[in-house]
Design a protein around this ligand. Sequence first.
Ligand code: A3P
Length: 276
Amino acid sequence: AQEVKDEEKLYRYKGVLYPRILCPEENLKALESVEAREDDILLAAYPKCGFNWMEGVLTKIMAAGMGKQPQTLKPPLLEFFGPDMIKVAASPRLLGLHLHPDNIPASFYTKKTKMVVVFRNPKDTAVSYFHFSNGNPVLPSQSWETFYPQFLSGDVPWGSYFDHALAWDKKIDDPSVLIVTYEELKQDLSEGVRQISSFLGFSLTDAQIQKISEDSTFKAMKETSASSHGPLGNVFFRKGEVGDWKNHFTAEQSQEMDRAFSKQLAGTRLGARLHY
Ligand code: A3P
């Protein structure tokens, strides 16, 4: 991956940028034919909102609830695999994606697959994405000054943060969708674990919920990140805090993003939950 020039690392599919090596066009095309199963659990998140955190939590909840490990893709994104790879996984599968909800294969909606969505405030998401882009060889390296306007205008892999947030807000009352936020999980992880477990139909004991929460703190997950995520472990589990944006945004950038946020998400219930 290091040998690919920065300007060739991303490409557009249906107008949206994707990392070329991980999400080749044939995979994205083939996604349309993916067959969901009723007992799949789908984790959906805009990049850098806490996908890997929730993947760990969901795996542990499913394992505790079923008494056996679920089948997951490694790395766990549908976009990285063709449908044949997905087909061979035994049920119940834990599947993940970063796609905009309108681009999720239709079968997940017709089968009413349970979807857990994690969202995060836009400023910390942007900062996390900036560091990730510099730390992950399949993405271009760049300065904050060049990355920030791209994030604001949605010209980053998987598209606009605001478009994703707006589209998920419209699904907030869908009984097959549970939206959790990074900030709420930081505030009370065991409550989040309890909520997700009951949404998925598992009745876990208090002790199980406690254990899952203790094993899913940032510190606990960072400690095991080399074995769970290989050499990029430290890039995936970077800082794990709310408010790191204050170390990167200028006052002008902060105000500009506040204006973009109000313009696009004011009055939405999801927007009201994305505190920063
Ligand atoms: P930072 O870059 O702000 O540290 P994703 O998994 O969607 O790529 O999101 C990555 C972000 O989630 C990173 O944010 C990472 O540190 C944070 N994260 C991962 N595990 C976490 C945990 N257990 N608790 C809190 N934050 C976590």
